[in-house]
Design a binder for this molecule. Structure first.
Ligand SMILES: Cc1cc2nc3c(=O)[nH]c(=O)nc-3n(C[C@H](O)[C@H](O)[C@H](O)COP(=O)(O)OP(=O)(O)OC[C@H]3O[C@@H](n4cnc5c(N)ncnc54)[C@H](O)[C@@H]3O)c2cc1C
Ligand SMILES: NC(=O)c1ccc[n+]([C@@H]2O[C@H](COP(=O)([O-])OP(=O)(O)OC[C@H]3O[C@@H](n4cnc5c(N)ncnc54)[C@H](OP(=O)(O)O)[C@@H]3O)[C@@H](O)[C@H]2O)c1
Length: 236
């Protein structure tokens, strides 16, 4: 009568060898000993990093609502085993084009993994957004040392008005268009609420202004990127 609880998906946030993924594909355990305070950037063949947020919000009736899985994970003692398995993600990343990545909040997880893998060999721009530079910019030091990566940040609550990744895309429309002209692919990950639509609108406006296209034509141009898998999204 009561349906089984559905599994939750979490992006792998660290570069992985094929061996590690194959191993984890047989149901395995997650070592919960690495909290956000002890993130270890040195990857071993037997570890997977994730970047998870505890879901906590107030409903319209002002009742506090805690996410089932994320709250449970956050309360586990260190080294408590967790059942997990791996599935391929939906993103396809070519090796021979520049990459434009947009990952507000936990949306940065799949990009952290890619940056670890290719940050020194492939040109990348990451639009990263979080609430506060001081509280939430977990990977600052790691990313600052990456040779071919440029991170453009949007700290939404560090000033009076909201600043989101789409505002930064608008401010850097020249860079975006210049990279697109060189064949760049766009990736968007994170919350599936309003963010993906607003980010797409920002790219559309960037194309429209930089290429001198009417909005309709710029929308069609972006749709063409989606169809040719040069504009991919993974949102939840
Ligand atoms: C491809 C992918 C990648 C993701 N990557 C990340 C990531 O890197 N980091 C991250 O923090 N999150 C990520 N998420 C989101 C993550 O899977 C969870 O949705 C999130 O942690 C909230 O889960 P929760 O159980 O805490 O919240 P809840 O709100 O309790 O649950 C979330 C979902 O489960 C359903 N649900 C809740 N309770 C039940 C129940 N009893 N039975 C059945 N269904 C139920 C809800 O309807 C809702 O759809 C990703 C999701 C996907 C699909
Ligand atoms: N400290 C905490 O307790 C804490 C911290 C982080 C996350 N969480 C929980 O975890 C869940 C997921 O977290 P997350 O880190 O993935 O995301 P998140 O923290 O909710 O959002 C990431 C960033 O995206 C911004 N944002 C909000 N709406 C946007 C939009 N339409 N377009 C672009 N950017 C937008 C947020 O700004 P604003 O939020 O300022 O609008 C924030 O700067 C949240 O629902 C939250 O409940 C809790």
């Amino acid at each position: 009568m009561i349906p089984l609880m559905k599994p939750r998906g979490f992006s792998i946030a660290s570069a992985q060898s094929r061996d590690t993924l194959d191993k984890a594909n047989t149901r395995d355990t997650l070592d919960t000993s690495q909290s956000r305070d002890t993130l270890d950037t040195a990857q071993s063949r037997d570890t997977l990093d994730t970047c998870m947020a505890v879901v906590r919000y107030r409903t319209n009736l002002k009742v506090e609502r805690l996410g089932v899985c994320s709250t449970w994970l956050s309360t586990l003692p260190i080294n408590h085993p967790v059942e997990l398995w791996c599935e391929p993600g939906s993103f396809y990343f070519p090796t021979d084009t520049p990459l434009i990545m947009v990952g507000p909040g936990t949306g940065c997880a799949p990009f952290r993994s890619l940056i670890q893998e290719r940050g020194s060999s492939q040109e990348m721009v990451l639009f990263y957004g979080c609430r506060s530079e001081r509280e939430d910019y977990f990977f600052r030091e790691e990313w600052e040392g990456v040779e071919r990566l440029r991170v453009i940040t949007a700290f939404s609550r560090d000033q009076e008005h909201k600043v989101y990744v789409q505002h930064r895309i608008a401010e850097h429309s020249g860079l975006v268009w210049e990279m697109l002209e060189r064949g760049a692919c766009i990736y968007v990950a994170g919350s599936s609420n309003q963010m993906p639509g607003q980010v797409r609108a920002a790219f559309t406006t960037a194309v429209s202004t930089q290429a001198g296209l009417a909005t309709d034509n710029a929308e069609q141009w972006i749709e063409g990127l989606v169809k040719s898998k040069r504009y991919q999204t993974e949102t939840w």
